[in-house]
Design a protein around this ligand. Sequence first.
Ligand SMILES: [Zn+2]
Length: 301
Amino acid sequence: MRTWMRLSLAVLSATVIAGVSLSAQQQDFSQVQIKTTKIGPSFYTLEGQGGMIGALVGPDGVFLVDSQFAPLTDKIVAAVKQISDGRIKFLVNTHVHGDHTGGNENLGKLGVVILARPELRARLAKPAPAANGTPGTPAPAPALPVVTYTAKTIVHMNGEEIQLIPVPVAHTDGDTMVFFPGQDVLMMGDYFRTVGYPNIDRANGGSLKGMIDGLQAAIDLAKPTTKVVPGHGAMTDRAGIVAHRDMIIALRDKVAPLVQQGKTLEEVVASKPTSAYDARVPMPGTTGERFVGQLYAELKK
Ligand SMILES: [Zn+2]
């Protein structure tokens, strides 16, 4: 049992770290269709494969949030043409993972100006090695953000504000949430998700405290009416973020005393600290075990 558990955790962590780039190469994108949903007066979400895309449209052109995988760019550009004149001017990346930045190179070559935090740019240019030591592949120059920002930055476009708000060391160390006050839409990237348990990507600089602080910042920013769009999963609202934040704190407080008692990771996982939430979290799969492992590592440090 123990050996199996240790093995499965090792495989799990390797899969989690390598997962995004592996899946991009192995997946068949030919059958993926882009589903476009209007959620604000001039705002749409685009679902295909990978992270949720947001699009603000208007007379000045299109502002995109995240770019999914490279093989989907043509379909994404075609979907944007259905809701606008197709002139994509800007793209912001919420974080470095390939299911949110994979389309950067294609869009960069089309002349789209890419914005992101410098930490994200650095990780695209020089990716962390995989768990097995395989070095990452540096992104080509057109994929790299042209504009980087270290504090809240506002893009003025289509008669409204687009607020790029850094979220330090949460899901990764390069997270940004994007608020469109004129549309009452908040796009959060993967430091908030409504499928599976949270994911603190520690190899890419994520942290438990940063995730909790970032969720609090989103709670402070959102109004009860705000449409909250997670990196993965269904749209929700401010109350959805509060519940998620409360769950993380409850799980932290469940795991912390076990770490203090000197329990091993296997013992903590075997005590099933997530059991009270497993029926409530959509599609938990193995993400509960993954999150407990991340909590354990964060609380041990
Ligand atoms: Zn991610």
